[in-house]
Ligand binder design. Structure first.
Ligand code: NDP
Length: 287
């Protein structure tokens, strides 16, 4: 029987672990320290609690390892990867942004999933709002993974045009995360036309950078993404907004920072991105 590990028992990791555990798979929830994590759903009375083991104490070697810490927390788990993996362990990095895979130096395969699991962790309680979708590039390793987890309700989708999925999510994230974090305000701000216009410009700059990287979107993507934003409840925050108001590290490096680096590499003119990226960096500076 395959051994599954989930490093980072937060909103995304706990839901993945739950899917595996509920279908009888052998899964270890691996956190910073020993404890437990409880998953709740707004419309369902029953909660489920899973034990969490401390990463420095786990001595299991896993066949499949889901890495679900935030991009800003990646450095903290790197020293443990050697002991948790063998030469054909498959690691699935479940994070927003792009460019993180360059950090991995382990013998097995590492793929980044585009994550559509919506949830939030407070204390040791994860509220799961919706979805259990992970999108991965299509190859023999990921095909086998889908077969291995076929009995679970984890919806792993394989895509030949995976790069489009990565870039689409990056572009969705860059506008809404930047404006909510910098204004320290929720999706409510989309009611202001000037904020809508800024979002549209950020989306268009993202589309331009994607095109320079050989990933093309149709013009209607801007309206499509604005429609997605329009569907957000006005009190909804984004992950960067919550990190900003809670004074926690934001995943700027792999979203705005990644796009900024690509923009410079291709010598593009992206004034809105350059501005929001500079201000986000400035907001994290400490004396
Ligand atoms: P969370 O903060 O909910 O979860 C991260 C978990 O990792 C926490 O439980 C944290 O522990 C744990 N962790 C941190 N450092 C370590 C370490 N060194 N060893 C072991 N565990 C550690 O984040 P999310 O699940 O929300 O986000 C994960 C990724 O998924 C991010 O890239 C995010 O952008 C992306 N994403 C999130 C979505 C969402 O709806 N939440 C939607 C789509 C993508 P502790 O609790 O102690 O801090």
């Amino acid at each position: 029987m395959y051994k599954f590990g989930v490093i980072g028992p937060g909103a995304v990791g706990s839901v993945i672990g739950e899917s595996l555990q509920n279908s009888g798979y052998h899964v270890t929830f691996i956190g910073r320290k020993e404890g437990d994590v409880c998953i709740e759903r707004v419309d369902k009375p029953e909660n489920t609690t899973f034990p969490v083991e401390a990463i420095f104490e786990v001595d299991t070697v896993f066949d499949y390892l889901f890495i679900t810490v935030k991009g800003t927390q990646l450095e903290g788990i790197m020293p443990y990867l050697d002991k948790l993996t063998h030469e054909s362990t498959v690691c699935i990095l479940c994070q927003n942004g792009y460019g993180q895979l360059d950090k991995f130096q382990i013998p097995g395969d590492v793929y980044q999933a585009v994550v559509y699991i919506s949830g939030q962790k407070k204390g040791n309680v994860v509220t799961h709002f919706r979805d259990r979708i992970l999108i991965l590039p299509e190859n023999t390793v990921t095909k086998k993974l889908t077969e291995v987890v076929a009995a679970t309700n984890l919806d792993i989708q394989l895509r030949a045009n995976y790069q489009n999925e990565i870039w689409y999510k990056l572009i969705v994230n860059v506008a809404i995360n930047s404006v909510t974090a910098l204004s320290r305000n929720t999706a409510l701000i989309l009611q202001e036309e000037k904020v809508q216009n800024l979002c549209k410009k950020l989306i268009q700059e993202g589309v331009e950078i994607a095109a320079a990287e050989g990933v093309y979107f149709q013009e209607k993507i801007t309206e499509e993404i604005m429609q997605i934003y329009a569907g957000y409840p006005s009190q909804m925050g984004t992950s960067m907004y919550y990190d900003m108001i809670n004074d926690q590290a934001m995943e700027v490096d792999y979203i705005q920072g990644f796009l900024y680096a690509k923009s410079k590499e291709h010598d593009l003119d992206t004034p809105c991105l350059d501005t929001v990226y500079s201000l986000l960096l400035a907001s994290e500076m400490k004396g």
